[in-house]
Design a protein around this ligand. Structure first.
Ligand SMILES: Nc1ncnc2c1ncn2[C@@H]1O[C@H](COP(=O)(O)OP(=O)(O)OP(=O)(O)O)[C@@H](O)[C@H]1O
Ligand SMILES: [Mg+2]
Length: 526
């Protein structure tokens, strides 16, 4: 089974659709093997189209029937042909449908159809014929003529490039479906066991694999990632799936306390060891005995504290502040930080020996902007949470509000997303559909400016299209490198470019292996 809804959320596919729509006034449809369109709800009257033809035809029932039937007929023809790519006339006669056949293991599982207008000049005669067809279907002829005025034909150069784009969409889908087929059974099992965690992007699935692998282990884990990416949630999941799950999970935030306080928090103190120490107090290490101690913001610990921590980790014993007697503790440590500990080691602010002691297993949590495929799941999850908390009807984001979410960079990651949803639910009041007007200004303004160009173009287009294509190309190469585990020959073949060409692009986009690993690619077991 192909999950067509998933496809819509693939970063590359979404970007491609956006480019096709914005710069070519065309619409992309996915059809299953029976020629039924999967990404269009004929009853959704709110939907906006980039193509004037679609706005005209697909917002009326009669027009919908007409176009969808036409698509189905084309799909039939494609299923009987061996060719991978076709250009057919559309229902009007002068319009065009670009069709790419989707195939896995030699079998067609669907098509990508792009409805566009590419001709240079349409004679009066051709238009009249089209108008006759429009009127025969009971649609408005005036409306049709108005719509024709808004059509912008594509140049020959643009239309051949356009064809390539449609082809890229098809290839992306095929690769994705192949990938899914191979990993599907495994992934489904995974998703159910980390019930707090949402997301099924490639990076999240890799993360679940790592969590599975380490669940039986007792090793120390270091979780690294930007603010709000879910480090604590991961730490809790590791504990919950470990043999220690029946015992406590104790959290200490290393940056919130002064050195003296942290010292006594962690290791406890004996009565009279400092002013205010009026009785013996057990530290958090002892409180976590047989369980897990979560050292949050471990990068904020002073060097002196780092020495003490290392000693406990190495010897399994501690001495409370002001005490003389050593106590044994059995604690599994999970540490988290958003700081670059390697850079801190170089600066001399983090001890290398401690780093190696806590970094037995390393988990990198990718930022949200690197896994936007997860946005839908996360939004749904948080909307559900709000609904459960308040008991009011469950709300939905409108398609255009969601698009803004998609374009936004999410510097605050999942926490910021969670807060935004909470805010929206409050502001929306009794409305069930949340529109874009309520979004925070930063999110509302996202996606309105270019993505910042680079130098050395491979596309002959200028301005924003160039930026968009560059961003797309970078994303495709980056995701491809991860997917093929840096097999450049394979990826070059997949992308249809030479290996040397790929290497040039990798350099151009600054996609070196170490940098990508740091940006987060699921994680790795050290
Ligand atoms: N994959 C996920 N699915 C659902 N919710 C998530 C996911 N990841 C994080 N969250 C939620 O996002 C919020 C932030 O997560 P968490 O506190 O674990 O992040 P963090 O990396 O520790 O943040 P900080 O750097 O600020 O300490 C939490 O409410 C958490 O439940
Ligand atoms: Mg945290």
């Amino acid at each position: 089974m192909i999950n067509w809804e998933f496809l819509e959320d693939r970063h590359v596919i979404r970007k491609l659709k956006e480019i096709v729509g914005k710069f070519f006034q065309a619409e992309v449809f996915f059809l299953n093997e029976n020629g039924v369109v999967q990404n269009f709800d004929r009853f959704d009257r709110q939907r906006k189209f980039h193509s004037p033809l679609c706005s005209e035809l697909l917002t009326e029932t009669a027009g919908c029937d007409w176009v969808l039937q036409h698509f189905q007929d084309l799909s039939d023809q494609v299923s009987r042909s061996r060719d991978a790519f076709h250009v057919f006339p559309g229902p009007l006669g002068f319009d065009k449908v670009f069709v790419a056949r989707l195939e896995a293991e030699g079998e067609m599982f669907g098509t990508v159809m792009t409805y566009a207008y590419v001709d240079h000049e349409v004679s009066g005669e051709i238009l009249e014929e089209a108008a006759r067809r429009v009127s025969a279907k009971g649609l408005s002829v005036e409306g049709f003529h108005e719509c024709v005025k808004r059509l912008k034909p594509l140049s020959a150069e643009k239309s051949s490039f356009f064809r390539e784009l449609v082809d890229v969409v098809a290839r992306e889908i095929t690769t994705f479906v192949d990938e899914k087929r191979k990993g599907e059974i495994e992934n489904q099992a995974k998703r159910s066991s980390y019930d707090q965690m949402r997301g099924h992007s490639k990076v999240m699935n890799d993360l679940y694999t790592i969590l599975d692998k380490i669940s039986a282990s007792e090793a120390t884990v270091l979780v690294q990632g930007e603010n709000g990416t879910g480090k604590e949630l991961i730490a809790r999941s590791v504990h919950a799936h470990s043999p220690r799950s029946a015992q406590g999970f104790v959290t200490v935030n290393c940056s919130a306390l002064t050195e003296t306080l942290l010292d006594s928090e962690l290791f406890g103190h004996v009565k009279g060891s400092f002013t205010g120490a009026i009785r013996d107090k057990k530290g958090l290490f002892e409180a976590a005995h047989k369980g897990t101690l979560f050292l949050d913001e471990v990068g904020d610990m002073s060097l002196t504290m780092q020495v003490k921590l290392l000693r406990v980790l190495q010897q399994g014993t501690l001495t409370p502040v002001g005490g003389t007697e050593e106590r044994k503790v059995d604690v599994r440590v999970i540490a988290a930080t958003n700081r670059d500990l390697k850079a801190m080691i170089e600066e001399g602010t983090f001890r290398e020996d401690l780093y190696y002691r806590i970094n037995v297993i390393n988990i990198q949590v990718p930022p949200l902007r690197e896994r936007k495929e997860d946005l839908k799941d996360l939004v749904k999850h948080f909307l559900e949470n709000e609904h459960k908390k308040s008991g009011s009807p469950e709300k939905k984001l409108s398609e255009s509000a969601f698009k803004k979410f998609y374009d936004y960079n999410w510097p605050g990651n999942i926490r910021q997303l969670e807060n935004e949803i909470e805010r929206l639910v409050v502001l929306a009041g009794a409305d069930v559909i949340v529109g874009p007007e309520l979004l925070s200004p930063a999110i509302l303004e996202s996606g309105t400016s270019g993505s910042g160009g680079g130098k050395g173009m491979s596309f002959k287009f200028s301005g924003k299209l160039k930026d968009a294509m560059e961003e797309l190309e970078r994303t495709m190469i980056k995701e491809g490198l991860r997917r093929t585990k840096w097999n450049k020959s394979r990826l070059a073949k997949e992308l249809g470019i030479s290996r040397a060409g790929l290497i040039n692009k990798v350099e151009k986009y600054g996609l070196d292996k170490r940098k990508l690993a740091r940006e987060g690619g699921g994680g790795e077991v050290a």
